[in-house]
Every structure is written in C-alpha cells, then in structure tokens.
Design a protein around this ligand. Structure first.
Ligand SMILES: [Zn+2]
Length: 150
C-alpha cells in the first residue's frame, strides 16, 4: 500500500527489532493517515530534491516497540508523526540543514552527528496536522541544543 508516490506503508512501519522480538507494529487507520501526511510533506520533497531512492530508518513505532527501544512515551514516532532519515552519500548535517531551510517541520533534530564523520547520526523530523512548532535542535546523546550546533 502506497502512502505517497514513493513511500509505502510497509517501509514506514518496518522494524527489524520488532520482527526479531515478535512485537506488533501495526498502526491504526488514524496513524496511517498521519504517516501519509508525513510522507507527502517531508519524505517526498527530500526524495525530489536529492533525487535518491531511500527508505526511512524508522517511522511508526507502536508503544511496545518504542518502549523496547528505550524511547520515551512522548515520542512522536508513536503517533505516526515522526521519521528518522539518513541518505546514502549525503552528510547527515547537510540533510538537516537542507530540511531546515526548505521544509516546515514540527521538530527537526540532528541526532548523534559527529563533526568530521559525514555518515554519523540521523535526522529526526516530525510533522503534525495542526501548527508546526518549527523547532530546530541538535542532540548529542546527552543534551539538546538549539539550532544545528555540530
Ligand atoms: Zn526519531
């Protein structure tokens, strides 16, 4: 089932961890609708600009899966509103920078990026159905800082 031109429900819900540990990661209809919005608003413009096929690292996570991964219950992944992205051959920092300048996100976080290691980390991006907070943050594993600080 396609959620947008290039992204399927399957890749927005896939989780090797869930498979390995037999955790149900089936979204509700409401969450599928949010994932469609996320794919159209965030993933499609990224694919179009960079011209690269890619699959999100992580999008929807059921509460059980999210807890098993050690993430907090307030995570927007549980609501189908957040996606983690890395692009082959593109610096994680450059990806975050491009998104921050060209797309409107609720929360955009450059996570675990280490300067000098272009492949390190990932970009977490959320999109909600109401007003976006337009937060831009960097998370190094310990604390959040405003802006892209790496
Ligand atoms: Zn995330």
């Amino acid at each position: 089932m396609h959620l947008s031109d290039h992204f399927t429900l399957r890749e927005m819900t896939k989780s090797a961890y869930a498979l390995r540990h037999d955790i149900d990661n089936t979204p509700s209809k409401q969450i599928i609708q949010r994932l469609s919005v996320l794919a159209s608003a965030i993933l499609e413009p990224i694919r179009k600009h960079f011209g690269l096929p890619f699959s999100p690292t992580s999008a929807y996570r059921s509460l059980d899966l999210n807890r098993a991964l050690g993430s907090g219950d307030s995570s927007q992944h549980i609501r189908g509103e957040a996606v983690d992205i890395v692009l082959p051959g593109i610096s994680t920092y450059d990806l975050a920078l491009w998104i921050s300048k060209n797309l409107t996100c609720d929360q955009l976080i450059l996570e675990f990026y280490q300067a000098g290691d272009v492949k390190s980390g990932w970009v977490h991006c959320s999109y909600v159905q109401t007003a976006q907070r337009r937060q831009l943050l960097t998370y190094n594993g310990v604390s959040y800082e405003n802006g892209l600080t790496a």
